[in-house]
Design a protein around this ligand. Structure first.
Ligand SMILES: [Zn+2]
Length: 138
């Protein structure tokens, strides 16, 4: 999980210890890593744009580009950009989740909270990739 800014900052007043552990896991990963922080911030921005524009962009490409071959090349390029931007974001989320589980006193219980949260990150990353690929088929 992350805040709207996507910088992995600690959520103050968060009642759930698993989620707090996850946020601390981000802080741990990002400590003294300004290059990584900048890179991850950029990847998050690209991923957020790609994820929110994927469906309209895929439809626009489908409607505006008549030539099937170039259209499919553009859709594949968009798929690649989206996947490349989402990969470091998912890696960071997984890292924060694993950090939280490592220090957890109740790993199974915390996994029940953090597992679905991580899967929702995976799902939101998979949606734009699926959109660009489905636009090739319709
Ligand atoms: Zn997170």
């Amino acid at each position: 999980m992350s805040n709207a800014e996507g910088r992995g900052s600690v959520v103050v007043g968060e009642p759930n210890s698993a989620i707090l552990g996850h946020e601390l896991g981000h802080a741990e990963n990002l400590e003294d890593a300004s290059y990584y922080k900048t890179f991850l911030g950029a990847a998050r921005s690209v991923a957020n744009i790609a994820n929110s524009l994927a469906i309209p962009a895929a439809l626009a490409i489908r409607l505006l580009m008549d030539d099937a071959k170039s259209r499919n090349q553009v859709l594949n390029l968009m798929t690649g950009i989206t996947a490349a931007a989402n990969a470091p974001v998912l890696t960071e989320e997984l890292g924060a989740t694993l950090n939280a589980l490592k220090r957890s006193d109740n790993k199974l219980e915390d996994l029940k909270t953090l597992g679905p949260a991580f899967l929702s990150h995976v799902a939101s990353s998979a949606l734009p990739i699926a959109s660009f690929q489905m636009a090739r088929l319709i």
